[in-house]
Write a protein that binds this ligand. Structure first.
Ligand SMILES: Nc1ncnc2c1ncn2[C@@H]1O[C@H](COP(=O)(O)OP(=O)(O)OP(=O)(O)O)[C@@H](O)[C@H]1O
Ligand SMILES: [Mg+2]
Length: 350
């Protein structure tokens, strides 16, 4: 286990800056997920922690020791990549034990440690097979085993599940979390899949274009998104984000129509983005109305798609509500509303 601290970490590729003064603290033994869209700098950040990429500014420390100038192998991190990069000509046992062989560990001890790791990962019966004779999930576990056998203080995962089919992803996600609970090594897991991030993380770091947008527990980030970007990125379907103008303490206007919406003391006349999650809309009352154009059947619930004053809106309702298009009467409960600055996108008020 190890604490990890990033202070003002920057990365330039030539003149292009891909991470902007990232400062983060990862507590020893925690499972941190870095979430963000493609190209936002997640892999770069992880590779800088591992020492595979030089940093252009700032400081990275592991267990209180600045590691900026340390070689990857001196940092005590093991990394699991998206493409597992197993050695195809080696057996599972040889793949798992390779790092120990290179380090000159005696054959007998190697065999004992390989057996232990294989046992933990449910690979004991596949030790003699080649990677080509394994399923995707089994290969993924071999890649994990190869990292685990070094008994690292820190695990770094770069989208390790993205090559797996949907069902296996869910299964492996649970396995990784169980394994973490057992081993307790500090883990940083990079993904662009928000469900994966929500379910795995103790601490969630949301990144956008090289900046950290928000750090918090998954439920914090879900309930109090710090920006319009986070609000729209987390949640499936995502939060409705509607540009409105405040007209009184209890009303907003959009597209010429007035809606009942408690605005938490925002100044009259201010233009803001109003956010409400599809599942938070209260149906059946009638402060607002929407023409439902399309009903998406999900089995356990339904998604009603329509327009509110010209803005796209999705409302999630129970399986017994509204099976066909029509007019939906609803309210926007004040406690479920989010407001964001129209320009900066930052969260407003509480
Ligand atoms: N070696 C490089 N030279 C120049 N630019 C690079 C290099 N590696 C990455 N980049 C750029 O840095 C940015 C961040 O890349 P990075 O791989 O960290 O993104 P990511 O968040 O991991 O994305 P993905 O989810 O697609 O893996 C991207 O715009 C990318 O084009
Ligand atoms: Mg990446």
């Amino acid at each position: 286990m190890a604490d990890i601290a990033l202070r003002g970490v920057r990365k330039f590729y030539g003149k292009v800056q891909v991470t902007h003064d990232v400062s983060l603290d990862f507590a020893s033994g925690s499972f941190v997920v870095i979430l963000g869209p493609s190209g936002c700098g997640k892999s770069t950040l992880l590779r800088m922690v591992a020492g595979l990429e030089e940093i252009s500014g700032g400081e990275i420390s592991i267990d209180g020791r600045v590691v900026n100038d340390l070689e990857p192998r001196e940092r005590g991190c093991a990394m699991v990549f998206q493409n597992y990069a197993l050695y195809p000509h080696m057996s599972v046992a040889e793949n798992i034990g390779y790092a120990l062989k290179v380090a000159g560990v005696a054959k007998h001890e190697r065999a004992t440690r390989i057996a232990k790791v294989a046992e933990t990962l449910g690979l004991a019966e596949y030790l003699d097979r080649k990677p080509g004779q394994l399923s995707g999930g089994q290969r993924q576990r071999v890649a994990m085993g190869r990292a685990m056998i070094r008994e690292p203080k820190v695990f770094l995962f770069d989208e390790p599940l993205s090559n797996l089919d949907a069902k296996l992803r869910v299964q492996m996600r649970i396995e990784i979390r169980k394994l973490h609970n057992r081993l307790g090594a500090t883990s940083i897991f990079v993904t662009h899949d928000q469900v994966e991030a929500m379910t795995l993380a103790d601490t969630l770091v949301v990144m956008n274009a090289g900046h950290v947008e928000q750090v918090g527990t998954p439920s914090d980030v879900y309930r109090h998104p710090a920006s319009r970007f986070v609000a729209g990125f987390i949640g499936s379907p995502p939060m409705n984000l509607i540009p409105v103008r405040v007209v009184s303490d209890s009303e907003v206007e959009l597209g010429g129509a007035r809606l009942q919406a408690g605005v938490h003391g925002l100044p009259v006349g201010q233009k803001v983005t109003l956010g409400i999650r599809p599942e938070d809309v209260a149906i059946g009352q009638g402060g607002c109305a929407m023409d439902v154009e399309f009903v998406e059947e999900l089995g356990a619930s339904r998604l009603l798609h329509g327009k509110l004053g010209g803005a796209e809106m999705v409302v999630q309702v129970g399986a017994s509500e509204m099976a066909a298009p029509g007019t939906l009467a609803f309210d926007l409960p004040p406690s479920s509303l989010h407001f964001f600055d129209i320009d900066s996108g930052k969260r407003l008020g509480e």
